[in-house]
Design a protein around this ligand. Structure first.
Ligand code: PLP
Length: 459
């Protein structure tokens, strides 16, 4: 009996069909087919596959370690398809169609934050996107200092260093969110004129109180940048708590926003996005190149004329455009449901951990769950977390560790004796909607890892 084709075989057939449509657009040219794969190419590709086996299973629901999520098949296929042309989105001279596709896809991202006019483009990732946002802030005259939460991504401190500006970390509350009173006091010193709020911090997925930060503008003048690299899409989930929802609803008041399609937007790496509320490109971008006139891009957007990077992969734009055509980033659609599913998985993990006195989980705001192991001392709790990580890995369940300051954890009382200023906690990023059906098995493996390493129930 003939076997039904696998999903991959069907994908390959679909790819060939799409490739035929693409190449039909260039039939007027003399044929210039690539040489067929040689034995050496085959040997090389198989060697690469062999090398790659030495990786964690990032694509599998048992991988909860870092922020890693496989791209959607449509992103993979569209990306590869566009590599036939390998467009360069520095301007429409390098990527006529893909530059327009980028503009459409980016407008959909801006609409996520309630912006109907904007300026923005794709870029290499969150680090570059945040650097560009802070560079433009400086070029718009905000040159005094930058405040971020102490739990913000380290790229902001680096960007501040590159821009020659001081960066002031602001303390966080017991949920890892920027402490609004501390920010108010810091702004009162006159040393800060740019505030970075994070929607989804890297360690715990904390969402800074953006509505309250916006309200501080009544008393202080500052530019507001929102780093939603990780959490930006969660405004679409329908199961956020009230505080978190309020923060997302305040994002339209920002001057600039970063969101990373290569985190929760189902894209391959190399796809960040920076957005500015002011649609007019500032002077800082002005440049002239004798070999390339960006201002000649009439009628079409010219990203290279208002982007920090020059060459950018048109393939990333095509992949994002195709993904958002299939799964529009709008409320109540299949994409929104997939974010709700990630958060549901995180809430299920939190509830399971919270029901057991051996663990002290922090209530998740998004889909990242962090928990301390209860122990007598901070050092012992940290050692136990490290042991659980190993024991889980031996069961093919991949978690990660995060080191949190005593100030954040003390209110949760995970230990009696603080013999260290930080405590190593376990961390699970539940970024794949596919985790849901596997949660029972994940709990079993986690439970076995906990039992093997011992654990201390509350007295
Ligand atoms: C909140 C936040 N900002 C910025 C970044 C940096 O993004 P990238 O790794 O894409 O450069 C990250 C990465 O995890 C992040 O979580």
């Amino acid at each position: 009996m003939k076997r039904a084709p696998t999903a991959r075989q069907l994908e390959r057939a679909l790819f060939d069909e799409a490739l035929a449509v693409l190449t039909a657009g260039f039939t007027g040219l003399p044929a210039c087919e690539a040489a067929p794969p040689s034995d050496r190419l085959r040997e090389t590709l198989l060697a690469a596959a062999e090398r790659l086996r030495d990786s964690a299973p990032y694509h599998h629901p048992f991988y909860l370690g870092q922020m890693q999520k496989p791209p959607h098949p449509v992103a993979r296929l569209a990306y590869t398809l566009s590599l036939e042309l390998n467009p360069n989105n520095h301007g429409s001279a390098g990527g006529l169609a893909s530059v327009r596709m980028e503009a459409e896809a980016v407008a959909q991202l801006a609409a996520l934050f309630g912006w109907h006019t904007h300026r923005g483009h794709l870029c290499g990732g969150g680090t570059v996107a945040n650097l560009e946002a802070l560079w433009i802030a400086r070029e718009c005259g905000y040159r005094t200092g930058i405040a971020t939460s102490a739990q913000a991504h380290y790229c902001h401190a680096r960007a501040a260093g590159l821009l020659g500006l001081p960066c002031h970390p602001v303390t966080v509350d017991a949920r890892g969110r920027l402490d609004i009173d501390a920010l108010d006091r810091a702004l009162g010193t006159g040393k800060i004129d740019t505030v970075v709020a994070t929607l989804g911090t890297p360690a715990t997925g904390a969402v800074d109180p953006l509505a309250e930060i916006v309200a501080l503008r009544r008393h202080h003048r500052f530019r507001l940048h929102v780093d939603a690299s990780y959490g930006g899409y969660f405004g679409l989930a329908n199961n956020l708590d009230a505080d978190t929802r309020r923060a997302f609803e305040a994002a339209d008041a920002a001057d600039s926003i970063v969101i990373d399609p290569h985190k929760h937007g189902l894209q391959p790496y190399g796809c960040g996005c920076v957005l500015f509320r002011d649609a007019a490109p500032p002077e800082a971008y002005r440049h002239t190149s004798p070999y390339f006139r960006l201002d000649l891009d009439e009628g079409a957007p010219a990203p290279g004329a208002h982007a920090l990077e020059c060459s950018r992969p048109g393939a990333a734009a095509v992949a994002l455009w195709a993904t958002q055509r299939l799964l529009p980033p709008v409320p109540d659609g299949a994409f929104a449901e997939s974010l709700t599913a990630c958060r549901d998985a995180a809430l299920a993990l939190y509830a399971t951990l919270a029901a057991d006195t051996r663990y002290i989980p922090l209530p998740p705001q998004l889909d990242i769950v962090v928990w301390a192991m209860r122990a007598d001392s901070a050092r012992e709790a940290s050692a136990r977390a490290r042991a659980v990580l190993q024991a889980a890995q031996a069961r093919d369940l991949h978690l990660s560790l995060t080191e949190l300051p005593r100030a954040l954890l003390e209110a949760h009382a995970p230990v009696r004796v603080w013999d260290a200023d930080t405590l190593v906690c376990l961390r699970a990023c539940l970024m794949k909607p596919e985790h849901g059906p596997w949660m029972e098995t994940i709990f079993e493996r986690l439970g076995a890892a906990f039992s093997e390493t011992g654990g201390q129930a509350a007295a």
